[in-house]
Design a protein around this ligand. Structure first.
Ligand code: SAM
Length: 286
């Protein structure tokens, strides 16, 4: 008689508070033959807390492509496997995709055991419209790439949401403030379900102040959400003060020097200052 096919479970784990773990998740992790964990040492704390002694192996971004075929073979031979990540729902900015994709290709059902997910928890408490949203995962690391991405999002007709680390949260909010129109509301969910949980919805300017002035607001884990409501592209022009400074400098210096000094003095974008300076000098010649 051929052995019955095993199962594949995608099990959500808590994102901070260990009590946010479903009875079915605990039961499943106790019953499967193997738990594939993003980091086995990290998983041990949770598993020990719930008296789960199932054999645990590592499945992370560096080995999951190669490991998937072997794991699917085991399932076909009757082994039951569960995937967990360090926190929240596997595959959501976490490992698991190659294994689940291969399971589908091989006609094996991947069964979710739902639970915590930072993006859903954050959206639900954000105070922003959330019936429709787009999730951007983690953002690019450079400021220019982030700003380009934000500009692309400006026409999105619904709330957008992304994950950010404590190392880049201040730079990221700064980048957002360069792209969003004044007064636009954003929401940040920090350290959800943990001791220092903070959920704030405010204007982009106030959020920038908050993050720059309160070092606690740069600690921990973050989900950032931006409302699509009434987003209008910032007019690509200099403020009155920036224009006045540039004009004064142009009276005394070359275009190149005037633009460099104006960048220093006003903080306006170099390209915009340069284009305006060229336009002003053309206007003067005609
Ligand atoms: N799979 C996870 C999930 O379902 O939410 C996300 C994993 S991703 C590698 C980790 C990122 O999720 C963090 O950098 C942070 O942006 C966000 N995150 C995870 N836990 C969080 C928490 N308790 N509060 C706020 N953000 C959290």
């Amino acid at each position: 008689m051929s052995k019955p096919q095993g199962s594949l479970y995608i099990v959500a784990t808590p994102i901070g508070n260990l009590a946010d773990f479903s009875l079915r998740a605990i039961e499943t992790l106790k019953e499967v033959d193997i738990i594939c964990a993003e980091d086995t040492r990290h998983a041990r704390t949770l598993l020990q807390h719930y008296g789960i002694s199932t054999h645990c192996i590592a499945l992370h971004q560096h080995n999951e492509e190669q490991a998937a075929a072997g794991l699917i073979e085991k399932i076909k031979q009757g082994t039951s496997i569960a995937i967990i990540s360090d926190a929240g729902t596997p595959l959501i900015s976490d490992p698991g995709m190659p294994l689940v994709a291969l399971a589908h290709a091989e006609g094996i059902q991947a069964s979710p055991i739902p639970g915590a997910c930072a993006l859903i928890a954050a959206l639900s408490s954000s105070g922003l419209p959330v019936s429709h949203f787009s999730f951007l995962g983690f953002l690019p690391r450079t400021s220019s790439a982030r700003q380009s991405l934000f500009k692309e999002q400006l026409n999105t007709p619904h709330t957008w949401v992304f994950y950010e680390s404590c190392h880049r949260i201040a730079a990221c909010i700064e980048d957002l403030s360069c792209v969003l129109p004044a007064g636009h509301e954003i929401s940040i969910a920090r350290e959800i379900t943990k001791l220092h949980e903070t959920i704030v919805k405010t204007s982009i300017e106030k959020m920038l102040l908050l993050i720059n002035e309160d070092s606690n607001m740069r600690r921990g884990e973050f989900v950032v959400m931006v409302s699509a409501k009434a987003i209008e592209k910032k007019p690509d022009s200099l403020s009155e003060h920036q224009l006045k400074t540039l004009k004064l400098l142009l009276k005394e210096c070359s275009i190149k020097t005037a633009v460099s000094l104006a960048v220093e003095i006003t903080g306006a974008r170099k390209k915009l200052l340069y284009q305006t300076a060229l336009q002003l000098s053309e206007d003067n010649q005609t």
